[in-house]
Design a protein around this ligand. Sequence first.
Ligand SMILES: *[C@@H]1O[C@H](CO)[C@@H](O)[C@H](O)[C@H]1NC(C)=O
Ligand SMILES: *[C@@H]1O[C@H](CO)[C@@H](O)[C@H](O)[C@H]1NC(C)=O
Length: 361
Amino acid sequence: MNSNVSKTKLVSFISIVIAIIILGHYWNIHNGYKNEVSSRSQSSDEKLSEGSDKTRNYIVTDNVEFKMETKQTQKKLTKCGDIEEDIRRSSLEQVKPLLPKVPQSHKIKKGIEPLCREDTRPIPDNRLTDEESKRQQSCINNFKTDHAKGSGQFWSGDTQFIRHKHHKYLNSESVVLDIGGNKGEDAEAIIKDYNPGVYVILEPIKTLYKALITMFKKNPNVVLYDFGLGKKNDKFFVNVVGHGGDATSVFIENNKKDSCLLRVYNTTEFLIRLGVSCFDVDLITINCEGCEYDILETLLSTNITQRFRHIQFATHPTLKHLKQPAERYCEIQEKLSRTHVISYQYKFCWESWTRKDIATK
Ligand SMILES: *[C@@H]1O[C@H](CO)[C@@H](O)[C@H](O)[C@H]1NC(C)=O
Ligand SMILES: *[C@@H]1O[C@H](CO)[C@@H](O)[C@H](O)[C@H]1NC(C)=O
């Protein structure tokens, strides 16, 4: 009788312990899921769906069966961990207009059409004038000496940090676009000094992009996208060289397994979707291993150029895959000088331009 009672008690006790263990397990899973999703809640729909994939990874760490299943559906196809879905994606649907975040002071007008799409127009007959062509030619002739001088000066001592320190006009109301986020060095410096209200970073290399998400997850002003910009929507497989891939060069033919996916989107369409036709951007800073030519040429082919108060960019004129870097750089100089003036310049290396109406204030 007594032993039966204690047996029953023991069985109930064990059942309760098991129930607690199971409940605790589910509680952990549930919380893990919530944490993972909320840490990414500032990103776009598409990234949210990516986020839920990651959530699955998170949940499966103590569930072997599930782990094997997700491994199959998420086979990593490149060195950077790009999966099938990354490679298939090819639209800008994920881009969310910045308009709700942009201060009233930056808005050009209250557009009836929410993105002011009609306000961005191609520049008709966008060739250089005779005078501009002459200046372009002399710029090309001086390429070798000016490049040596420009990069020599820029990389000596602390001069290079002008790219962070120069932008004293930025403040907590400012809107900044950072094309080529890389390891976040420039973003971190500019955010630390000026804390811009909106800071958009584009970084197409998945490993770097993921590191940026971690770096800025506590900053609600930072908006991150995992693609780059170019003339048109396109994708490449690139060799990521250097530690952590900070010197990625495009167009190197390679086996997918040794390289990483690099997606670029039409610069004009991306900017329109952000809503840039409707408001002024304080600074666009472009540093993307040679893509600055395509981006600046595209920018300068429409009048959206005038929505940028300051335009800062690096130049990489010695990359093998670039055609006519000096010619293109010198043409960009001429076209930019129609609307902007140089605010600092290390020729063929790094420089920043200011819109004429602001420069003369
Ligand atoms: C671009 O041109 C269109 C058509 O002339 C004009 O309505 C619009 O305001 C211009 N946009 C800028 C930024 O100057
Ligand atoms: C890029 O997008 C703009 C705006 O939608 C469009 O007018 C232009 O034709 C596109 N360029 C290319 C090369 O697809």
